[in-house]
Design a binder for this molecule. Structure first.
Ligand code: DON
Length: 308
């Protein structure tokens, strides 16, 4: 067993699952994407991919869910791989202090989104990855990247979720067209938008997600997709911007770089120790998993993995 494997972790995860299942308030699933609104909020799963190569889980860890904004981590890594640091000319690296889908700062800051994790910044990052290619080519590259990171070929896009968001995604359409008006889009806005919504509709289990995060945790034996330097920087962005205007609270309570999605998933990185995925579809005020955040808090307390 690796030195970093905390005694009793498997038992702790089972007890955590039991406890989370009695949650009085699961929060409500995202209501603006009809396919997600229909998901039963009373669900929970957690998986921890350890430095010694094992993955241990509890709850519904083999049930795929919509990763939504967690995908922005993979798109960022893949886009940086494709165009390198020139991406930072088009998107910033500061927390926004605004909601994930806010348009407010874009006008003041002339179409350069604050960071790659708010929707505006993620749309620019997807646009960079798309790079004048057909959307299916960029999406195939992204899926391949994630499958390689997770060492699992069984990861797909849920077309119903993508179509559901395409039918109702007026805010993202507004963001994409607004970005285009500032000259911060290479491709036709609707082309980038479709790619972005399909990327958000990737479905994964917590086990697959935890395994895919190993590349960011510097875990031995993990697939080498990005340099240690780039992983360090992506972790910094996850810590400061990964939960939008709830990032400060997540750092305060959990102390780990994390990225949330409105499907209720959260990917967390304990550098050098583990990659963790938690899922529960009900959301809190900020659009981050309510029960998932509570579970992350308890896991951080149990393991002492906070980076602070
Ligand atoms: O673009 C959207 O609104 C969704 N596809 C993703 C947003 C999201 O996951 C925000 N995260 N908490």
């Amino acid at each position: 067993m690796s030195e970093t494997f905390p005694e009793g972790l498997q038992d702790f995860l089972h007890a955590l699952n039991e406890d989370m299942r009695t949650a009085a308030d699961w929060g409500a699933p995202a209501d603006y994407i009809p396919e997600l609104a229909a998901v039963d909020p009373a669900q929970f799963a957690i998986s921890v991919a350890m430095a010694d190569g094992r993955t241990i889980s509890a709850g519904q860890h083999d049930k795929p869910f919509s990763i939504q904004s967690v995908s922005k981590v993979f798109t960022l890594a893949a886009a940086l791989g494709r165009i390198g640091d020139t991406l930072w000319g088009r998107v910033g690296r500061e927390p926004s202090g605004t909601a994930f889908n806010s348009i407010a700062l874009l006008e003041q800051e002339k179409g350069r989104p604050r960071n790659p994790f708010i929707n505006a910044g993620a749309i620019v990052t997807t646009d960079a990855l798309l790079d004048k290619r057909a959307p299916r080519e960029a999406l195939a590259e992204l899926l391949q990247f994630i499958r390689y990171a997770a060492e699992d070929e069984e990861i797909y896009i849920d077309r119903h979720v993508a179509a559901s968001e395409e039918a109702t995604g007026h805010r993202n359409a507004a963001l994409a067209h607004y970005l285009y008006s500032f000259g911060n889009m290479l491709n036709e806005p609707d082309m980038t938008l479709g790619t972005y919504m399909h990327q958000c509709a990737i479905a994964m289990t917590t086990e697959q997600l935890a395994r895919s995060g190993r590349m960011l945790a510097g875990l031995e034996g993990a697939p080498r997709l990005i340099s240690a330097d780039r992983a360090r920087r992506i972790n910094a962005l996850m810590m400061t911007c990964g939960h939008y205007d709830g990032s400060g609270d997540f750092a305060f309570r959990v102390g780990l770089p994390g990225k949330s999605g409105v499907g209720g998933g959260i990917l967390m990185i304990a550098p050098g120790k583990a990659s963790i995925a938690v899922w529960s579809p009900g959301l809190n005020y900020y659009g981050n998993s309510k029960v998932g955040t509570e579970a992350a808090h308890r896991l951080a307390n149990f393991t002492g993995w906070s980076v602070f």
